[in-house]
Ligand binder design. Sequence first.
Ligand code: ATP
Ligand code: MG
Length: 436
Amino acid sequence: MAVESYHCSICGRRVKLQTRSDMPVLDPNTGFGICKSCIKNIYHFIEDEETHKARNSKKSFNYLLGDLLAKNKPHVIKEYLDEFIIMQERAKKILSVAAYNHYKRMKYDLDNRGGDDEIDKSNVIILGPTGCGKTAMLSHLSKLLDIPFAVTDASSLTEAGFVGADVEVAVRNLYYAAGRDIEKTEHGIIYLDEFDKIARKSGENNSITADPGHEGVQQGLLKMLEGSVVEFTERGQRKHPEAPTIKVDTKNILFIVGGAFVGIEKIVDKRLKKDDTPIGFGSEIPSKEDTDAKFNELIHQVRPEDLMKYGIIPEIIGRLPVICTLETLDEDALLRILTEPKNAPVKQYEKLLSMDNVKLEFEEAALRQVAKMAIERKTGARSLKGIIEDVMLDVMFDIPKTNEPRRVVITEACIKGDEQPQIFPLDEVNLSKESA
Ligand SMILES: Nc1ncnc2c1ncn2[C@@H]1O[C@H](COP(=O)(O)OP(=O)(O)OP(=O)(O)O)[C@@H](O)[C@H]1O
Ligand SMILES: [Mg+2]
C-alpha cells in the first residue's frame, strides 16, 4: 500500500505518514495538518514563555525573598564564609549582616509598596592591607547569595569624556549578572573593588599632581550611591543618541566598596596624636609584631574624617555608613590559609597530584617556611600559592611521565630552594626524614 503524505500547514514540509504520530494534528478531509517537529517547537515556545513570566512576576520574587530570608540568616552566611576565609571575624560578621539586611529591606519594600516609610540601606566600605581577603571574601559571598552581585574595578572607571569606562559600567555589569532582568538588577549588590584608587590626588596621602578625573568619578559614583536612574546601552553598542538604552534605578542597590587604602593608618595615627591619645608602642625600633599590632590597632579606628583626608569626597563617605576593617595576616594565619580553607592551596595541589596517582606531603616546617617567605614579600596571602607553584614546577612536569603510585615530599629545604622535591615509590619511607 502506498504511504500517504501530507504537507505541514505551518512549515510546509512534506511528511510521509508511516505512523499516526508523524502528523499528530491532521484533518484528512481538508488536508490541514501540523507535523511533529512544529508541535515540539510550539510546546517549547509556550514553556519558555511561562517560565519567563513566572520568573519575572513580582509575586514570585517576593516569595523567593521570603525563602532567601529564611535560608540566609547572618550566622549561616558567616559559617559559609568561615569555610574559605581565615580570621577577619568582624568583617565576616559585618558582611553577613549587611547581606541579610539587604534581603530584609527588599522584602519590606515589596510588602509595603506604595507606603512612604522605607528602611535606609547601609552601604559598606571595606579597608585592609593588600592580600588579606577583601576581594576573596566578596567573591565567596557572591557565590552564596541568590541575588545578582557584580564586582567592578573602580580603578578602571573614568569620568565621562575621558578614555575608559564610565561609572555606569558598574550597573551594567550587575544587569548582566541579573540575567538582564531590570527588577532583579535594581535589588542587587555592587562591589566596587580598588576603591582607594579613585581617591583625589590632592588628598593628604598623595602629592598634588594632575588628577585624571578621579574627583569626577567620585561625583558620578555619588549619584549612583544616592539613588538615581542610570542609563546605559547593551554591551558592544556604542553610545549614540539613537542607541536604545536600559534604565536602572539604583535606589535599592546595595553598594559595598573596598580597597587597601595604603597609608591610611598614618592618617589615623596623626589624628590620634593630635587628640593626645597616643597608643603605647614605645620601643625605638619596633619589631614586626609591634608594627603589625600597631597597624591593626590603628586600622580598626578609621573614622570618616580619615577617609576624607585620604581623598574621598565627604558626600560619598556620608553614603557609606558601615566601615569594615580587616587586619594584617600574621605567620600563623598564613599557615592556616595554606591548609584549612575548602580551597586551600595545599588541598588543591594534593588533588592535582592525586589525579596522577601521587600522594603529596608537605612537612610542617616547609609550610611554615612558605608563610615566612610570604610575609617577607609583604603581599599578604597573595604570594602563598606562587611560592608553592615555583617549588612544584619540576615535579608537576615529571610526574605524569608514568602512572605508578608514588609520593612526593616537600621539605623546608625544597621551599628554600636548597633541594628538589623527592619522588618516592608509595611504600618507601621518606629517606631524607630518616636521615635527619
Ligand atoms: N583571610 C584569608 N583567608 C583565606 N584566604 C585568604 C585570606 N586573605 C587572602 N586570602 C587568599 O589570598 C588571595 C589574595 O587575597 P585578596 O584578593 O582577597 O586580597 P585583597 O585583600 O583584595 O588585596 P588587594 O587590596 O591587594 O586587592 C586570595 O586568592 C585568597 O585566596
Ligand atoms: Mg582586592
